[in-house]
Design a protein around this ligand. Structure first.
Ligand code: PMP
Length: 431
């Protein structure tokens, strides 16, 4: 079957609202390290890692062996109602790394479910269904997770099981707080929180959920310290803080292991997914025992924390720590980030180069203004692919290029991808 045949069959059987990247969609058939090969035989350097999912690269022997060892037992999965050794071991590791005091860990299969679990726990704990969320956020595909997603294009249902109030985001290019310097921004965002609490809620809100760096939103990040400043207000009435670390966790930002650590705060709950499974369906929530234990019903997940996913998760986390990939994200991310800033920040179509570690973005604007330039973004995106580089798109207006390569990216690979990016941006800017 050719890729074209596959595309026709995909379009005929999958829902029309499922997006596919590229004018000529690609089918990835193999991968090694930071490279993947498509069914047409073309190899790409992968700066998106399946939306920041392939955290330590493709075809990693340690992961393959861990998963094969489990498969050889004959048990893919029975039930999480039985003890699972690697689930407990992984939970211990994540608990230790979480920074949350007296932590408990609950495993799910996706980031969406992790956020659902966090919402379940928070609303139970506080006996309130009021949630504060941030504009331009993305938290998943379920009814409740869509309800706290501040992107109309990703939030299909106007109905919402929660009462949600929206806080201004950290966007420094557009939005109400964008023209303020970082200190003023934090002050204004705290005022915004107080005003929203006083005018749009009854006060007994369950939680505030935020991504330390907004992933789908285009790697927008508020000034460091904002979550901590918000938490001080939340603590006055016991409102919980949920840090959605689905994209920012595991050292990706280089400077910290979790995104929240840039904010001088410890959240009450944190959710994780994507990279921890390096492709296997593995996600979850960590919270203080006092909060996480207090769900007023029995709850478990058929597949959450299954032996195969958690075997992979243990191998991923061991690899990540043994190879100090956080330090690599800082070092190699600086080459890529500084290289982009030097080479393209002054281009007319470039509004901002931003991000931390190996979570980097370029936002495209109409020359001479802050108006989003989606056409230029698409053109650069397609040009990168022609140059053998996979990147992502994002942002409220689809005008942000996102780079989230495996944390194993080498300096040479960073330079190689940088050259493709700079060529593509220069070409589109000059067109
Ligand atoms: N939270 C964030 C910050 C995400 O980026 C995503 C996925 N893009 C999710 C939650 C949802 O995760 P999943 O797709 O695994 O359900």
């Amino acid at each position: 079957m050719t890729t074209d045949d596959l595309l026709a069959r995909h379009r005929a059987v999958l829902p029309a609202w499922m997006p596919l990247y590229y004018q000529e969609p690609i089918e990835i058939v193999s991968g090694a390290g930071c490279r993947v090969t498509d069914a047409r035989g073309r190899t790409y350097l992968d700066f998106f890692g399946g939306v920041l999912t392939t955290m330590i690269g493709y075809d990693i022997p340690e992961i393959r062996e861990a998963v094969e060892r489990q498969l050889r037992t004959g048990v893919v999965h029975t039930s999480t109602l039985y003890l699972i050794r690697q689930q407990v071991e992984l939970a211990e590791k994540i608990a230790r790394l979480s920074g949350i005091p007296d932590p408990r860990v609950f495993f799910t299969n996706s980031g969406t479910e992790a956020n659902e679990a966090a919402l379940l726990v928070a609303t139970n704990h506080r006996r309130s269904h009021q949630i504060l969320a941030v504009r331009n956020s993305y938290h998943g595909r379920s009814y409740a997770a869509m309800g706290i997603t501040g992107h109309r294009s990703w939030s299909a249902s106007a109905l919402n099981p929660l009462q949600v109030s929206w806080l201004h985001s950290g966007d420094r290019l557009r939005g109400l707080l964008s023209r303020l310097d970082p200190e003023q921004h934090v002050e204004a965002a705290v005022d915004d929180l107080r005003e929203v609490l006083a005018t749009q809620t009854s006060g007994d809100v369950a939680a505030l959920i935020a991504e330390p760096i907004q992933g789908v939103g285009g790697f927008v990040h508020a000034p460091d310290g904002l979550l901590g400043a918000w938490k001080k207000v939340l603590d006055e009435t016991g409102i919980l803080l949920i840090s959605d670390e689905v994209q920012t966790g595991w050292g990706r930002t280089g400077e910290h292991f979790w995104g929240y650590q840039a904010h001088d705060v410890v959240p009450d709950l944190l959710t994780f997914a994507k990279g921890i499974g390096n492709g296997f369906a593995l996600a979850g929530v960590v919270g203080r025992a006092e909060v996480l234990n207090e769900v007023h019903a029995t709850s478990f997940s058929t597949y959450g924390g299954n032996p195969v996913s958690t075997a992979a998760g243990n191998a991923v986390i061991d690899y990540l720590l043994d190879h100090d990939l956080q330090a690599n994200a800082a070092r190699v991310g600086a080459i890529l980030g500084d290289g982009l800033r030097t080479a393209v920040a002054d281009r007319g179509i470039v509004g901002e180069v931003r991000g931390k570690g190996l979570m980097l973005a370029v936002e495209f604007v109409q020359p001479g203004s802050r108006e989003p330039n989606t056409a230029a973004t698409v053109a650069v995106f397609e040009e990168c692919r022609r140059g053998g580089l996979l990147v992502g798109k994002g942002g409220l207006y689809g005008n942000v290029l996102r780079m989230g390569p495996p944390l194993t990216l080498t300096e040479d690979e960073a330079r190689e991808g940088l050259a493709v990016l700079v060529d593509a941006i220069t070409k589109v800017d000059g067109a």
